[in-house]
Design a protein around this ligand. Sequence first.
Ligand code: PLP
Length: 393
Amino acid sequence: MKNKEINSQRIPVYRDAGFELFDADTASEAFRKETENQRVPDLYIYSRYRNPTVVAAEEEIMKLEGSEWTLLTESGMSAIDITLSVFQDGNSIKPWLFFNEIYGGTLSFAESVLKKRRGLDIHYFSPQNEQYDLHEFESVMETLRPELVYIESISNPMLIVPDAAGVIEIARKYKAKVIVDNTFATPELWKPLVSGADVVIHSATKYLSGHGNITAGVVCGNDNELMKAAVEYRKLTGHMLSADDAYRLHDQIQTFSLRFRRQCVNASVIAGLLGASKRVRKVWYPGLPEHPSYEEAVKLFAGNGFGGMVTVDFKGNSGSEKKLIRDGFIKAVSERIRIIPSLGDPRTMMLPVESVWGAKYPEPGMIRLSAGFEDTGELTGIISSALEAISSL
Ligand code: PLP
């Protein structure tokens, strides 16, 4: 969308709560057509329903994911709510299968909302030794016959990459719908709809907006009926993104590919530096041949990169020694790398894993790093001098 009347490169920010409908007949026609739940209406009515600035930003994401339609929402969690709700049918309680190495908020949503409040039959599929086994998956599909399968393209914090194209193929064989949260891989590494997924979700709070200054979500797909159901659910639950956030997202997406490619380079540099340190027990990065998902990542991401996340476990003879080394590293980098519970920002940031995941990952020496797109040389200097500082601890 371009503003044809003004010689501007930018898109207009339409902050209208309600749009002008001119006369009674136009109003009647607009409301009649509203029941069709198109993504782009003939006439805008109300910004909670649809908004032209939001539509312009949606168009940018359609290009990235290669989707027929995209809906923007006010958070990644609302994108998850919309997606999982449109597959619900009040009477049916067929099983749904979630890969269980997925975002903690999604697991809590499945347990607290889908299972406890809505009475759905939720099941989980676990990896063995940090790997999802496709044969095991097929036998679960055969016995459980779920109507829906939910996966993430890269898990968190162990960065497990499933053979997602294989998962989709098997799910199709058993007529199950596949939803992919592609937040971590992004369309730069893999486009799930092209591989046959039914819906792709993003927390656009992360790489798509990429500056840590917007909370937003994405739902995209190719099925028009699904889109209409999602448009209606977004309208009725008020999960709409604001025009201001859509404007900024639209602008920031222009640099997405550039940013993410640098983040992939920086993450692999961080992984290499950490892996070479005597103070490090283990590094998780899907681009390392020793990572349990290396083969899956090579196959799925086809040379596009391995993502911007790295997890490290520092060495120690005891829990307290590991903690000492971890805290020494955190202190040594703290001028430039901060503890921030998000990812995909311009600057590299980190999270002590035990503090966030608790009993699920109780390793006191572990830190998850989200590579930024700062200068690679500068980042190398920061990490190298921190590793130097902890070598004497
Ligand atoms: N999906 C993934 C993979 C995430 O990491 C997150 C948040 O961290 C979400 C979804 C939820 O997104 P938001 O925080 O934008 O609601």
